[in-house]
Design a protein around this ligand. Structure first.
Ligand code: CO
Length: 150
């Protein structure tokens, strides 16, 4: 396992749309293991593959509800709303307020290609929405109010 370099805003890779994963192989497992170590090292709540330069529809979230790996995720539904501060490991030293759904239902695959569904609320839902946006080249700063320094 290795701690990977996290791309910073201004890098055009962060603006690209990631491609679905079609091989649930050792490369994917290695990527996920490295991403988990990178996230832990950076003390973050979530990380998308594009942030480490891999344009695959993969993200991980590590929150109170647990550690989750999402591959080829689809948001099936959202409800309610929440508004609050967000940061991003690719936008160091900044915070901004973003409106997100209060609850999201997500269908995804795990590292073995097995489908699972998660109903996430509150911070977990916010983290999923933030990471999902990365897969489409969207940064939270595109949506944030009151963008400020740490
Ligand atoms: Co981010």
């Amino acid at each position: 396992m290795a701690v990977l370099n996290i791309l910073q805003t201004g890098d055009e890779t962060l603006r690209k749309v990631s491609e679905p994963v079609d091989s649930f192989d050792l490369n994917l497992a290695n990527l996920l293991n490295d991403m988990r170590e990178t996230l832990k090292d950076a003390k973050g709540a979530g990380l998308a593959a594009v942030q480490v330069g891999v344009l695959k529809r993969v993200f991980i979230v590590d929150v109170e509800d647990g550690y989750y790996e999402f591959i080829n995720p689809k948001i099936l539904g959202t409800s309610g709303s929440q508004y609050g501060a967000e940061g991003c490991l690719s936008v160091k030293g900044k915070w901004g307020d973003v409106k997100r759904p209060k609850k999201v239902t997500v269908l995804a695959k795990d590292r073995y290609g097995k489908e699972f569904k998660v109903v996430a609320k509150d911070f977990f839902a916010k983290a999923i929405c933030h990471e999902y946006d990365h897969l489409d080249g969207i940064l939270y700063t595109d949506k944030a109010d009151n963008l400020r320094d740490e």
